[in-house]
Design a protein around this ligand. Structure first.
Ligand SMILES: CCC(=O)SCCNC(=O)CCNC(=O)[C@H](O)C(C)(C)COP(=O)(O)OP(=O)(O)OC[C@H]1O[C@@H](n2cnc3c(N)ncnc32)[C@H](O)[C@@H]1OP(=O)(O)O
Ligand SMILES: NC(=O)c1ccc[n+]([C@@H]2O[C@H](COP(=O)([O-])OP(=O)(O)OC[C@H]3O[C@@H](n4cnc5c(N)ncnc54)[C@H](O)[C@@H]3O)[C@@H](O)[C@H]2O)c1
Length: 334
């Protein structure tokens, strides 16, 4: 029986411990595709998947990794053939099913996206779920009427995965980008300027004046992977008719808001879900990511590589809010 290397997360008392192990390739079920993984990536959700109270994974041992890119090694679905370059993000990958931190993965064909022309596997994983979420946020804002020239677009959590890709995509499309980050060091500032942000703001600068229910209009649109209580202030400063694409909760899951931005300015709160995004839209988003949404410095400026062995450290760092840009995982086949 052929073996493959994978990062395996196991419950040990109250802790989840991860290490690289050799596993046996299971038989391929009807309707499934076996993928030889070349790259994966690191997302906030991957860190939750190896956290005992992360609420993402229900059973261990488990192979995490919500993203993968590679080639089809075997297929029991007529849509895919051996050698096809493909990618998978979301659905149950790395959550209900073993994920991309492995040399091989087996998934339902319904989860598989053909790698779009113009995108290498490495680039697809420099995007990964975070980049897909940034792209979906931009698309939803465009659908709500956002266009360059309307005023600054705010990106929160701007040095993180979703945030940094969003800054880069928006700047590339010609938007004026204001980047909000807790990281005030020179390196983080240079990183954000390099991605195309023209204004840098600490989270405190987004607060509405004390006692105000709504404040001066500032943002033509907002990409918000941070969420939490600060969302009230963000909503209160969106320009007439603008949208807020809300994707994350690094700042908290709960927020209190009032009705004024919605009923006085027609502000729209746009929920962003990358996980179950239906396949026709998923394919459209990836086409845009291989085209006009692909940042010039995707691999050089935003992403850096890690090995399977380096993953536990990278997962701890993202949970502590220390991530800058994207980490792609190079999966070497033995
Ligand atoms: C890609 C980036 C990310 O997605 S990062 C987000 C990672 N977090 C998760 O996946 C959330 C995991 N779920 C949870 O933490 C809890 O279920 C939350 C959402 C807090 C709700 O808890 P609680 O109020 O106790 O309700 P519950 O667990 O009984 O669920 C209520 C209904 O909601 C559903 N639900 C749960 N999780 C998800 C999910 N990830 N996607 C879609 N639906 C979800 C449950 O299935 C349940 O619905 P039903 O009763 O089964 O119909
Ligand atoms: N809705 C979706 O489909 C979807 C998809 C991808 C990510 N997400 C969510 O988006 C968020 C970001 O994911 P990521 O992979 O980019 O993570 P990341 O760690 O790369 O980025 C998160 C950023 O938020 C910052 N941050 C953390 N706590 C903060 C706080 N209290 N205030 C302000 N900034 C704070 C961090 O410093 C970091 O820069 C997560 O909550 C994740 O679950 C959702």
């Amino acid at each position: 029986m052929e073996q493959y290397r994978a990062l395996v997360a196991r419950l040990s008392g109250e802790e989840v411990l991860s290490s690289v192990e050799r596993l046996e390739i299971p038989p391929l079920q009807d309707g499934d595709v076996r993928i030889r993984v070349s790259y994966s990536s690191v997302n906030f959700k991957d860190a939750l998947a190896v956290s005992p109270r992360g609420n993402v994974v229900k059973r261990y041992p488990h192979v995490p990794g919500i993203d993968l890119a590679g080639t089809v090694a075997a297929s029991k679905d007529a849509r895919f053939r051996e050698g096809d370059p493909v990618l998978v993000t979301g659905f149950g990958l790395g959550v209900s099913a073993d994920g991309g931190y492995a040399e091989f993965a087996q998934v339902p064909a319904d989860w598989v996206v053909p790698l779009p022309a113009g995108l290498a596997a490495q680039e697809a994983m420099a995007f990964g779920t975070a980049g897909f979420t940034a792209a979906l946020s931009v698309l939803r804002l465009e659908e709500a009427g956002l266009a360059p020239g309307q005023g600054p677009v705010l990106v929160t959590g701007a040095t993180g995965g979703v945030g940094s890709v969003a800054v880069s995509m928006l700047a590339g499309l010609g938007y004026e980008v204001a980047a909000s980050s807790r990281k005030a060091d020179a390196e983080a500032q240079a990183f954000l300027r390099g991605l195309g942000a023209s204004e840098l703001l600490p989270p405190e600068a987004l607060r509405m004046p004390e006692g105000k229910a709504i404040a001066r209009e500032r943002w033509a649109g907002v990409v918000d992977p941070v969420g939490g209580p600060a969302l009230r202030d963000v909503l209160g400063t969106v320009r007439y008719g603008g949208g807020v694409a809300l994707s994350g909760f690094t700042g908290g899951a709960d927020f209190a808001a009032n009705v004024y931005p919605f009923i006085l300015r027609g502000v729209r709160l746009l929920g962003i879900d990358s996980v179950l995004c239906p396949m026709p839209e998923r394919l459209r988003v990836w086409e845009r990511m291989a085209g006009d949404l692909k940042p010039a410095g995707l691999l050089d400026a935003i992403a850096r590589e890690a090995t399977l062995e380096e993953l536990p450290g990278a997962l701890r760092a993202i949970l502590r809010g220390e991530m800058r840009g994207r980490v792609i995982v190079a999966i070497a086949t033995a």
